[in-house]
Design a protein around this ligand. Structure first.
Ligand SMILES: Cc1ncc(COP(=O)(O)O)c(C=O)c1O
Length: 406
Protein backbone atom coordinates (compact mmCIF):
# COMPACT_ATOMS: atom_id res chain seq x y z
CA UNK A 1 0.00 0.00 0.00
CA UNK A 2 1.37 3.40 -1.00
CA UNK A 3 1.76 5.74 1.96
CA UNK A 4 1.49 9.46 1.40
CA UNK A 5 2.91 11.99 3.83
CA UNK A 6 0.72 14.94 4.80
CA UNK A 7 0.46 17.53 2.04
CA UNK A 8 1.71 20.41 4.16
CA UNK A 9 0.58 23.39 2.09
CA UNK A 10 -2.89 21.95 1.46
CA UNK A 11 -3.22 21.14 5.19
CA UNK A 12 -2.26 24.70 6.11
CA UNK A 13 -4.72 26.18 3.64
CA UNK A 14 -7.54 23.88 4.77
CA UNK A 15 -6.88 24.61 8.42
CA UNK A 16 -6.72 28.39 8.30
CA UNK A 17 -8.28 29.82 5.13
CA UNK A 18 -11.77 29.71 6.60
CA UNK A 19 -10.72 31.63 9.74
CA UNK A 20 -13.56 34.14 10.19
CA UNK A 21 -12.52 37.52 8.82
CA UNK A 22 -9.28 36.18 7.30
CA UNK A 23 -7.55 38.60 4.93
CA UNK A 24 -6.49 35.99 2.42
CA UNK A 25 -3.12 36.84 0.92
CA UNK A 26 -2.24 33.16 0.65
CA UNK A 27 -4.53 32.01 -2.18
CA UNK A 28 -2.68 30.95 -5.33
CA UNK A 29 -5.55 31.40 -7.80
CA UNK A 30 -6.00 34.74 -9.49
CA UNK A 31 -9.06 36.33 -7.85
CA UNK A 32 -11.80 34.03 -9.12
CA UNK A 33 -14.36 34.89 -11.78
CA UNK A 34 -18.05 33.95 -11.96
CA UNK A 35 -19.91 32.84 -15.07
CA UNK A 36 -21.45 36.34 -15.20
CA UNK A 37 -17.93 37.82 -15.12
CA UNK A 38 -17.06 35.68 -18.16
CA UNK A 39 -20.12 37.05 -20.02
CA UNK A 40 -19.13 40.59 -19.09
CA UNK A 41 -15.56 40.03 -20.26
CA UNK A 42 -16.52 38.30 -23.51
CA UNK A 43 -15.99 40.27 -26.70
CA UNK A 44 -18.86 38.31 -28.25
CA UNK A 45 -22.11 39.50 -26.70
CA UNK A 46 -24.24 37.22 -28.92
CA UNK A 47 -23.58 34.05 -26.89
CA UNK A 48 -26.05 34.08 -24.04
CA UNK A 49 -25.29 30.79 -22.34
CA UNK A 50 -22.22 28.63 -22.86
CA UNK A 51 -23.97 25.62 -21.33
CA UNK A 52 -26.21 23.63 -23.60
CA UNK A 53 -29.17 22.76 -21.38
CA UNK A 54 -30.40 20.09 -23.78
CA UNK A 55 -27.16 18.08 -23.42
CA UNK A 56 -28.08 14.70 -21.96
CA UNK A 57 -26.09 14.21 -18.81
CA UNK A 58 -24.21 11.12 -19.86
CA UNK A 59 -20.59 10.56 -18.98
CA UNK A 60 -19.91 12.52 -22.15
CA UNK A 61 -16.70 12.31 -24.17
CA UNK A 62 -14.42 10.14 -22.03
CA UNK A 63 -11.17 12.02 -22.67
CA UNK A 64 -12.89 15.44 -22.58
CA UNK A 65 -14.73 17.21 -25.42
CA UNK A 66 -12.83 17.71 -28.67
CA UNK A 67 -13.55 21.44 -28.47
CA UNK A 68 -11.94 21.77 -25.04
CA UNK A 69 -8.97 19.58 -25.93
CA UNK A 70 -8.41 21.61 -29.11
CA UNK A 71 -8.42 24.83 -27.09
CA UNK A 72 -6.00 23.40 -24.55
CA UNK A 73 -3.76 22.30 -27.44
CA UNK A 74 -3.94 25.88 -28.73
CA UNK A 75 -2.68 27.18 -25.37
CA UNK A 76 0.21 24.73 -25.38
CA UNK A 77 1.16 25.55 -28.97
CA UNK A 78 1.14 29.31 -28.53
CA UNK A 79 4.56 30.85 -28.95
CA UNK A 80 5.79 34.44 -28.67
CA UNK A 81 3.25 37.12 -29.63
CA UNK A 82 0.51 34.61 -30.31
CA UNK A 83 2.55 32.68 -32.92
CA UNK A 84 2.18 28.92 -33.16
CA UNK A 85 5.15 27.00 -31.85
CA UNK A 86 4.07 23.41 -31.29
CA UNK A 87 2.12 20.63 -32.95
CA UNK A 88 0.03 19.38 -30.02
CA UNK A 89 -3.49 18.48 -31.09
CA UNK A 90 -6.67 17.31 -29.35
CA UNK A 91 -5.58 13.64 -29.45
CA UNK A 92 -2.55 14.48 -27.33
CA UNK A 93 -4.65 15.93 -24.48
CA UNK A 94 -6.63 14.32 -21.64
CA UNK A 95 -8.97 16.35 -19.43
CA UNK A 96 -8.58 15.72 -15.70
CA UNK A 97 -9.86 16.92 -12.35
CA UNK A 98 -7.59 19.92 -11.99
CA UNK A 99 -3.83 19.93 -12.39
CA UNK A 100 -3.64 18.01 -9.13
CA UNK A 101 -5.49 15.15 -10.84
CA UNK A 102 -3.28 15.43 -13.91
CA UNK A 103 -0.13 15.34 -11.78
CA UNK A 104 -1.33 12.38 -9.75
CA UNK A 105 -2.34 10.44 -12.83
CA UNK A 106 0.95 11.11 -14.62
CA UNK A 107 3.31 10.45 -11.73
CA UNK A 108 1.41 7.40 -10.49
CA UNK A 109 1.34 5.89 -13.98
CA UNK A 110 4.82 6.71 -15.22
CA UNK A 111 6.98 6.25 -12.12
CA UNK A 112 7.73 2.84 -10.63
CA UNK A 113 9.48 1.62 -7.50
CA UNK A 114 13.25 1.77 -7.97
CA UNK A 115 13.13 4.62 -10.51
CA UNK A 116 15.15 7.74 -9.94
CA UNK A 117 13.52 11.14 -10.35
CA UNK A 118 14.95 14.66 -10.35
CA UNK A 119 12.56 17.34 -9.09
CA UNK A 120 13.01 21.10 -8.73
CA UNK A 121 12.84 22.38 -5.15
CA UNK A 122 11.05 24.24 -3.66
CA UNK A 123 7.86 23.37 -5.46
CA UNK A 124 4.38 21.96 -4.93
CA UNK A 125 4.94 19.02 -2.60
CA UNK A 126 2.89 16.62 -4.71
CA UNK A 127 5.63 16.65 -7.33
CA UNK A 128 8.26 15.01 -5.10
CA UNK A 129 6.28 13.37 -2.28
CA UNK A 130 4.18 11.28 -4.66
CA UNK A 131 7.18 9.76 -6.52
CA UNK A 132 8.81 9.07 -3.14
CA UNK A 133 5.70 7.34 -1.86
CA UNK A 134 5.68 5.13 -4.95
CA UNK A 135 9.18 3.97 -4.04
CA UNK A 136 11.25 6.13 -6.37
CA UNK A 137 14.44 7.81 -5.25
CA UNK A 138 14.09 11.57 -5.60
CA UNK A 139 17.00 13.99 -6.05
CA UNK A 140 16.04 17.60 -5.38
CA UNK A 141 17.19 20.14 -7.96
CA UNK A 142 17.55 23.12 -5.66
CA UNK A 143 16.67 26.58 -6.89
CA UNK A 144 19.01 29.34 -5.72
CA UNK A 145 18.08 32.97 -5.14
CA UNK A 146 21.49 33.98 -6.57
CA UNK A 147 20.44 32.38 -9.87
CA UNK A 148 17.05 34.13 -9.86
CA UNK A 149 15.41 30.83 -8.76
CA UNK A 150 15.94 29.47 -12.28
CA UNK A 151 17.13 25.83 -12.25
CA UNK A 152 20.84 25.59 -13.10
CA UNK A 153 21.22 23.16 -16.01
CA UNK A 154 24.91 22.60 -15.27
CA UNK A 155 23.81 20.75 -12.10
CA UNK A 156 21.78 18.15 -14.01
CA UNK A 157 24.81 16.03 -14.95
CA UNK A 158 25.64 15.60 -11.26
CA UNK A 159 22.04 14.73 -10.36
CA UNK A 160 21.23 12.25 -13.14
CA UNK A 161 21.73 8.49 -12.69
CA UNK A 162 21.53 5.53 -15.03
CA UNK A 163 17.96 4.86 -13.79
CA UNK A 164 16.68 8.44 -13.96
CA UNK A 165 13.16 8.10 -15.31
CA UNK A 166 11.91 11.67 -15.10
CA UNK A 167 12.94 15.28 -14.63
CA UNK A 168 10.17 17.28 -12.98
CA UNK A 169 9.95 21.04 -13.38
CA UNK A 170 7.28 23.56 -12.44
CA UNK A 171 7.11 26.52 -14.77
CA UNK A 172 6.30 29.18 -13.55
CA UNK A 173 7.34 27.99 -10.12
CA UNK A 174 5.23 27.87 -6.99
CA UNK A 175 6.32 29.33 -4.52
CA UNK A 176 9.02 31.58 -6.02
CA UNK A 177 7.10 32.92 -9.03
CA UNK A 178 10.18 32.42 -11.21
CA UNK A 179 9.59 31.42 -14.83
CA UNK A 180 12.14 29.24 -16.63
CA UNK A 181 13.29 31.12 -19.75
CA UNK A 182 12.99 29.54 -23.21
CA UNK A 183 16.74 28.92 -23.63
CA UNK A 184 16.96 27.09 -20.28
CA UNK A 185 13.90 24.98 -21.14
CA UNK A 186 15.52 24.01 -24.42
CA UNK A 187 18.68 22.90 -22.64
CA UNK A 188 16.69 20.85 -20.12
CA UNK A 189 14.77 19.20 -22.99
CA UNK A 190 18.04 18.44 -24.84
CA UNK A 191 19.51 16.90 -21.68
CA UNK A 192 16.41 14.73 -21.18
CA UNK A 193 16.21 13.73 -24.84
CA UNK A 194 19.86 12.64 -24.98
CA UNK A 195 19.18 10.22 -22.10
CA UNK A 196 15.60 9.23 -22.97
CA UNK A 197 14.35 10.73 -19.69
CA UNK A 198 10.70 11.87 -19.51
CA UNK A 199 10.48 15.64 -19.03
CA UNK A 200 7.50 16.47 -16.84
CA UNK A 201 6.42 20.09 -16.51
CA UNK A 202 3.68 21.32 -14.18
CA UNK A 203 2.57 24.47 -16.04
CA UNK A 204 -0.48 25.30 -13.94
CA UNK A 205 0.62 28.97 -13.65
CA UNK A 206 1.20 29.32 -17.39
CA UNK A 207 0.65 31.69 -19.23
CA UNK A 208 0.56 34.17 -16.36
CA UNK A 209 3.76 35.99 -17.29
CA UNK A 210 3.67 39.50 -15.89
CA UNK A 211 5.29 41.05 -18.97
CA UNK A 212 3.13 39.09 -21.42
CA UNK A 213 1.80 42.28 -23.00
CA UNK A 214 5.07 44.22 -22.98
CA UNK A 215 6.29 44.79 -26.54
CA UNK A 216 9.20 42.48 -27.37
CA UNK A 217 8.62 40.14 -24.42
CA UNK A 218 9.27 36.51 -25.31
CA UNK A 219 7.13 34.25 -23.12
CA UNK A 220 8.63 30.88 -22.22
CA UNK A 221 6.93 28.22 -24.35
CA UNK A 222 5.19 25.16 -23.00
CA UNK A 223 7.57 22.22 -22.79
CA UNK A 224 4.99 20.43 -24.97
CA UNK A 225 6.00 22.61 -27.91
CA UNK A 226 9.77 22.02 -27.74
CA UNK A 227 9.81 19.07 -30.09
CA UNK A 228 10.73 16.43 -27.50
CA UNK A 229 7.94 13.85 -27.64
CA UNK A 230 8.64 12.33 -24.23
CA UNK A 231 7.55 15.54 -22.55
CA UNK A 232 4.45 15.56 -20.38
CA UNK A 233 2.78 18.81 -19.31
CA UNK A 234 -0.04 19.53 -16.92
CA UNK A 235 -2.16 22.61 -16.40
CA UNK A 236 -5.64 23.74 -15.42
CA UNK A 237 -8.28 26.44 -15.32
CA UNK A 238 -7.53 27.20 -11.64
CA UNK A 239 -4.68 29.69 -11.45
CA UNK A 240 -4.05 31.72 -14.60
CA UNK A 241 -7.71 31.48 -15.63
CA UNK A 242 -9.20 32.10 -12.16
CA UNK A 243 -11.68 29.21 -12.36
CA UNK A 244 -10.60 26.68 -9.71
CA UNK A 245 -14.24 25.93 -8.92
CA UNK A 246 -14.83 23.98 -12.12
CA UNK A 247 -11.96 21.58 -11.34
CA UNK A 248 -10.85 21.23 -14.94
CA UNK A 249 -7.26 20.43 -15.72
CA UNK A 250 -5.31 18.57 -18.37
CA UNK A 251 -2.29 16.53 -19.23
CA UNK A 252 -0.71 16.54 -22.68
CA UNK A 253 2.05 14.64 -24.40
CA UNK A 254 3.00 14.02 -28.00
CA UNK A 255 4.04 10.48 -27.09
CA UNK A 256 1.05 8.28 -27.94
CA UNK A 257 2.25 5.47 -25.67
CA UNK A 258 2.37 7.88 -22.73
CA UNK A 259 -1.07 9.37 -23.40
CA UNK A 260 -2.59 5.91 -23.90
CA UNK A 261 -1.02 4.68 -20.65
CA UNK A 262 -2.42 7.71 -18.82
CA UNK A 263 -5.86 7.20 -20.42
CA UNK A 264 -5.85 3.54 -19.31
CA UNK A 265 -4.92 4.49 -15.73
CA UNK A 266 -7.50 7.29 -15.77
CA UNK A 267 -10.25 4.67 -16.26
CA UNK A 268 -9.65 3.79 -12.60
CA UNK A 269 -10.03 7.32 -11.27
CA UNK A 270 -12.20 9.55 -13.42
CA UNK A 271 -14.03 7.89 -16.32
CA UNK A 272 -14.76 11.41 -17.53
CA UNK A 273 -14.93 14.97 -16.20
CA UNK A 274 -18.25 16.79 -15.68
CA UNK A 275 -19.76 17.82 -19.02
CA UNK A 276 -20.93 21.10 -17.50
CA UNK A 277 -17.42 21.95 -16.36
CA UNK A 278 -16.01 20.91 -19.72
CA UNK A 279 -18.40 23.30 -21.53
CA UNK A 280 -17.57 26.17 -19.19
CA UNK A 281 -13.84 25.64 -19.63
CA UNK A 282 -14.23 25.49 -23.42
CA UNK A 283 -16.18 28.76 -23.28
CA UNK A 284 -13.54 30.47 -21.14
CA UNK A 285 -10.81 29.35 -23.55
CA UNK A 286 -12.75 30.45 -26.67
CA UNK A 287 -11.06 33.38 -28.42
CA UNK A 288 -13.61 36.09 -27.47
CA UNK A 289 -13.29 35.23 -23.77
CA UNK A 290 -9.71 34.01 -23.49
CA UNK A 291 -8.08 37.24 -24.60
CA UNK A 292 -9.88 39.59 -22.17
CA UNK A 293 -9.77 37.03 -19.34
CA UNK A 294 -6.02 36.69 -19.63
CA UNK A 295 -5.61 40.44 -19.94
CA UNK A 296 -7.58 40.91 -16.71
CA UNK A 297 -5.53 38.29 -14.89
CA UNK A 298 -2.10 39.41 -16.09
CA UNK A 299 -3.11 43.01 -15.35
CA UNK A 300 -4.05 42.10 -11.76
CA UNK A 301 -0.83 40.12 -11.25
CA UNK A 302 1.28 43.01 -12.53
CA UNK A 303 -0.52 45.65 -10.46
CA UNK A 304 -0.44 43.57 -7.28
CA UNK A 305 3.18 42.51 -7.57
CA UNK A 306 4.06 46.21 -7.72
CA UNK A 307 2.28 46.70 -4.37
CA UNK A 308 4.15 43.79 -2.86
CA UNK A 309 7.41 45.14 -4.25
CA UNK A 310 6.79 48.51 -2.62
CA UNK A 311 6.09 46.71 0.65
CA UNK A 312 9.30 44.65 0.45
CA UNK A 313 11.31 47.79 -0.38
CA UNK A 314 9.77 49.64 2.58
CA UNK A 315 10.73 46.80 4.92
CA UNK A 316 14.19 45.98 3.65
CA UNK A 317 15.45 45.69 7.23
CA UNK A 318 13.37 42.53 7.69
CA UNK A 319 12.33 41.36 4.17
CA UNK A 320 14.21 40.06 1.13
CA UNK A 321 13.10 38.26 -2.03
CA UNK A 322 13.65 37.59 -5.69
CA UNK A 323 10.83 39.54 -7.31
CA UNK A 324 8.49 37.11 -9.10
CA UNK A 325 8.09 37.58 -12.84
CA UNK A 326 5.20 35.17 -13.31
CA UNK A 327 2.41 33.31 -11.54
CA UNK A 328 0.65 34.40 -8.39
CA UNK A 329 3.07 33.58 -5.58
CA UNK A 330 6.08 35.23 -3.96
CA UNK A 331 8.56 33.73 -1.51
CA UNK A 332 9.64 36.46 0.92
CA UNK A 333 12.30 35.90 3.59
CA UNK A 334 11.75 37.57 6.96
CA UNK A 335 14.73 38.05 9.27
CA UNK A 336 15.32 39.89 12.52
CA UNK A 337 18.89 41.10 13.01
CA UNK A 338 20.00 38.72 10.26
CA UNK A 339 18.32 35.65 11.80
CA UNK A 340 15.34 34.03 10.05
CA UNK A 341 12.08 34.32 11.91
CA UNK A 342 10.27 31.18 13.03
CA UNK A 343 7.99 31.31 10.00
CA UNK A 344 5.29 29.01 11.35
CA UNK A 345 4.98 30.97 14.58
CA UNK A 346 5.14 34.22 12.64
CA UNK A 347 2.26 33.19 10.33
CA UNK A 348 0.14 31.91 13.19
CA UNK A 349 0.73 34.98 15.33
CA UNK A 350 0.08 37.29 12.38
CA UNK A 351 -3.23 35.56 11.66
CA UNK A 352 -4.26 35.68 15.30
CA UNK A 353 -3.44 39.33 15.81
CA UNK A 354 -4.32 40.83 12.41
CA UNK A 355 -6.28 38.18 10.44
CA UNK A 356 -3.69 38.40 7.67
CA UNK A 357 -3.31 34.91 6.23
CA UNK A 358 -0.05 33.76 4.62
CA UNK A 359 1.85 30.47 4.36
CA UNK A 360 4.99 29.50 6.32
CA UNK A 361 7.77 28.47 3.92
CA UNK A 362 9.69 25.96 6.00
CA UNK A 363 6.55 24.20 7.22
CA UNK A 364 4.84 24.01 3.81
CA UNK A 365 7.71 23.87 1.30
CA UNK A 366 10.75 22.70 3.23
CA UNK A 367 9.56 19.73 5.27
CA UNK A 368 10.33 21.76 8.41
CA UNK A 369 14.07 21.86 7.53
CA UNK A 370 14.62 24.18 4.59
CA UNK A 371 13.45 27.72 3.82
CA UNK A 372 13.43 28.90 7.41
CA UNK A 373 12.06 32.43 7.68
CA UNK A 374 10.31 32.25 4.29
CA UNK A 375 6.69 33.23 3.88
CA UNK A 376 4.70 32.51 0.73
CA UNK A 377 2.28 35.15 -0.40
CA UNK A 378 -0.51 34.51 -2.89
CA UNK A 379 -0.87 38.09 -3.99
CA UNK A 380 -3.24 38.06 -6.97
CA UNK A 381 -6.29 38.43 -4.76
CA UNK A 382 -8.53 41.50 -5.12
CA UNK A 383 -6.22 44.50 -4.91
CA UNK A 384 -8.18 45.89 -1.92
CA UNK A 385 -7.55 42.70 0.02
CA UNK A 386 -3.82 42.82 -0.71
CA UNK A 387 -3.64 46.50 0.23
CA UNK A 388 -5.40 45.87 3.54
CA UNK A 389 -3.24 42.82 4.26
CA UNK A 390 0.02 44.67 3.59
CA UNK A 391 -1.06 47.64 5.71
CA UNK A 392 -1.83 45.34 8.63
CA UNK A 393 1.40 43.43 8.12
CA UNK A 394 3.35 46.71 8.24
CA UNK A 395 1.80 47.59 11.58
CA UNK A 396 2.45 44.08 12.87
CA UNK A 397 6.11 44.27 11.88
CA UNK A 398 6.49 47.57 13.72
CA UNK A 399 4.70 46.39 16.84
CA UNK A 400 5.51 42.73 17.19
CA UNK A 401 8.19 41.32 14.95
CA UNK A 402 11.09 41.81 17.29
CA UNK A 403 9.42 40.22 20.30
CA UNK A 404 7.00 37.70 18.79
CA UNK A 405 8.87 36.04 15.96
CA UNK A 406 12.52 36.04 16.90
C1 LIG B 1 2.27 23.84 -8.87
C2 LIG B 1 0.85 23.43 -8.67
N1 LIG B 1 0.39 22.38 -9.36
C3 LIG B 1 -0.87 21.96 -9.23
C4 LIG B 1 -1.75 22.59 -8.38
C5 LIG B 1 -3.18 22.10 -8.29
O1 LIG B 1 -4.03 22.95 -9.02
P1 LIG B 1 -5.49 22.57 -9.50
O2 LIG B 1 -6.43 23.49 -8.82
O3 LIG B 1 -5.51 22.76 -10.97
O4 LIG B 1 -5.74 21.14 -9.16
C6 LIG B 1 -1.31 23.68 -7.61
C7 LIG B 1 -2.21 24.34 -6.64
O5 LIG B 1 -1.80 25.13 -5.82
C8 LIG B 1 0.02 24.11 -7.78
O6 LIG B 1 0.49 25.18 -7.13
Amino acid sequence: MVRLPEFDVERWMNEYETTPGAINTAETCVSSVSINDLFDLSLDKTTSNPINFSTKLLYGPIRGSTELRERVAGLLNSGPSGSTAGDINADDVLITQGAIGANFLSLYTLIHPGDHVICVYPTYQQLYSLPESIGAEVSLWKLRADNGNVPDVSELEGLAKSNTKMIIINNPNNPTGAPIPAEVLTKIAEFAKARDIILFSDEVYRPLFHDLYQPGYVAPPSVASLGYDRSVVTGSMSKAFAMAGIRVGWVASKDKKIIDALAAARDYTSISVSQIDDQLAAYALSPPVLAPLLQRNVGMAKANVALLEAFVNDHKDVCSWVKPKAGTTAFVRFTVQGEPVDDERFCQDLLEKTKVFVVPGSRCFGGGKDFKGYVRFGYVCDTDVLTEGLEKLSVYIKEHLNSAAK
